[in-house]
Design a protein around this ligand. Structure first.
Ligand SMILES: C[S@@+](CC[C@H](N)C(=O)[O-])C[C@H]1O[C@@H](n2cnc3c(N)ncnc32)[C@H](O)[C@@H]1O
Length: 243
């Protein structure tokens, strides 16, 4: 089973309960879309790793006549997005966007909390900026879930957490590939009454590629009655250098 297949099936299983749990993802979508409101001549957009459509729903509030293309590796996520957005004229594609060739041109590409799952972010940004004038994205920063990740400081414990980039790394990558128009960072705190509830949160949002390791790690926090999951998020709006 390939890693990408695994990602798709985890998000497929999470799709039904995703919206109940994805409080931070929804807030992040609102913040990301607030960064593009001032852009002019936005008639078409692609939502990369759209999930259940939080970012697209927000964009349509500001650009109601937008031609939208939603893509995601999870068919189930796309089905839920389709159900939520059914009154709009939207194209849906199930694909791994890292291996997809974008033949259409867009005014805007947006991606909320998806690119941390990619194998090669630089290569993807290069590709998307050939297909779109602007790219607005948000992603998890290194240092997220600090309380939880401390457990893995003990050598020999495999970390189930994604290997996220630092703000400096993301800024350098974005600067080298395009022109940064706006960038922000924000921390969102999600409090859970127990370690088990926090582990369940990861499962329900699909971020549980290594669920056994996650469960084992949370067992080490079982004595705690409050667990804070700290999402540190980087937001960036960039423009390609060509247009
Ligand atoms: C944390 S969710 C975010 C979903 C949505 N953007 C939101 O704001 O709620 C990450 C999404 O990225 C999708 N995804 C991850 N890797 C992908 C890839 N290589 N190609 C397409 N979609 C991908 C997952 O299926 C999932 O729906």
């Amino acid at each position: 089973m390939t890693r990408k297949y695994h990602i798709g099936t985890k998000f497929d299983s999470a799709a039904e309960h995703y919206d109940e749990q994805a409080i931070v993802q929804k807030e992040a979508a609102i913040q990301l879309v607030s960064m593009i409101q001032g852009l002019e001549k936005i008639h078409s957009a692609i939502d990369v790793g759209c999930g259940t459509g939080f970012a697209s729903i927000e964009i349509l509030k500001h650009f109601p006549n937008l031609k939208l293309h939603l893509c995601d590796i999870s068919q189930k996520m796309l089905e839920i997005a389709n159900h939520k957005l059914q009154d709009h004229n939207i194209i849906y594609t199930q694909c791994d966007v890292e291996s997809e060739e974008f033949r259409t041109k867009y005014d805007l590409a947006i991606s909320n909390l998806c690119v941390q799952w990619f194998d090669d972010l630089e290569k993807f940004i290069q590709k998307i900026l050939k297909a779109s004038k602007y790219f607005a994205f948000s992603t998890m920063l290194q240092g997220s879930f600090l309380e939880f990740s401390k457990i893995f400081e003990t050598p020999g414990k495999p970390s189930p957490l994604l290997n996220c980039k630092t703000e400096k790394e993301l800024t350098n990558i974005s600067q080298s590939l395009g022109k940064i128009i706006n960038k922000q960072t924000k921390t969102f705190n999600l409090l859970f009454p127990s370690a088990q509830a926090a582990a369940m949160h990861f499962k329900k949002i699909g971020a549980n590629l290594a669920q056994n390791n996650i469960n084992n790690a949370f067992k080490l926090l079982n004595h705690r009655s409050n667990i804070n999951l700290e999402y540190k998020i980087f937001f960036c709006l960039m423009e390609n250098k060509v247009d």
